[in-house]
Write a protein that binds this ligand. Structure first.
Ligand code: GRF
Length: 183
């Protein structure tokens, strides 16, 4: 598959995919990177010579996806809701990585450290990360892969975030491999 990765921030999930491609952990190729702002993660795209663009308008993004013949869109820390313009064309071909065990701690206000703060304050025994298909709601599509860890020994939301991010990096590339094998 030809993959586009959408980012808004540091891009560590993007980097994990770029490294996985380099290590032949899946057969797909990352052919395009889109960000809704001048995100630090764009640096990784430049380093890997992947065409990268800051585009805010979903119609323009859709044009780019078609121009680069993209099969699968991967939202990796993309903090903007994907509009119907793109969802219609790419239904069941958009996945997202979320830093909790969905459906718990997902939805509109659950992103970044806020997820882990809620998990910590609720004394959850486990947390983890989820890769899911993107539908018209937020964090609600069918789950592709999920991995959990016991967080009872962690003493802060930041510690949970750090450990969950490692899981994200591990399951996102596995999800790409699973999807390419299913196609
Ligand atoms: C990650 O925790 C991801 O799950 C969430 O936003 C964060 C982005 O991290 N959606 P990065 O930009 O991939 O480093």
């Amino acid at each position: 598959m030809r993959i586009a990765v959408f980012i808004s921030g540091t891009g560590s999930n993007l980097k994990s995919l770029i490294d996985a491609e380099k290590n032949n952990e899946f057969n797909s190729s990352i052919n395009l990177i889109i960000s809704n702002k001048d995100a630090k993660g764009l640096f990784y795209g430049k380093g890997a010579n992947i065409p990268s663009f800051v585009i805010k308008n979903d119609n323009e993004i859709l044009e780019k996806l078609k121009e680069y013949k993209i099969d699968l869109v991967v939202l990796a820390g993309y903090l903007k809701k994907v509009s119907d313009v793109i969802l219609k064309e790419y239904e069941n071909n958009i996945i997202n990585i979320h830093p909790s065990l969905l459906p718990k701690y997902g939805g509109k206000s659950f992103y970044g450290i806020k997820v882990h703060r809620e998990v910590f304050e609720n004394n959850e025994k486990y947390s983890g990360a989820t890769v899911h298909y993107v539908d018209e709601n937020i964090d609600s599509g069918n789950i592709v892969l999920q991995e959990k860890i016991n967080i009872q020994k962690f003493n802060s939301p930041e510690e949970i975030q750090k450990e969950v991010l490692k899981i994200e990096h591990n399951i996102l590339k596995k999800a790409v491999k699973k999807i390419e094998e299913e196609k």
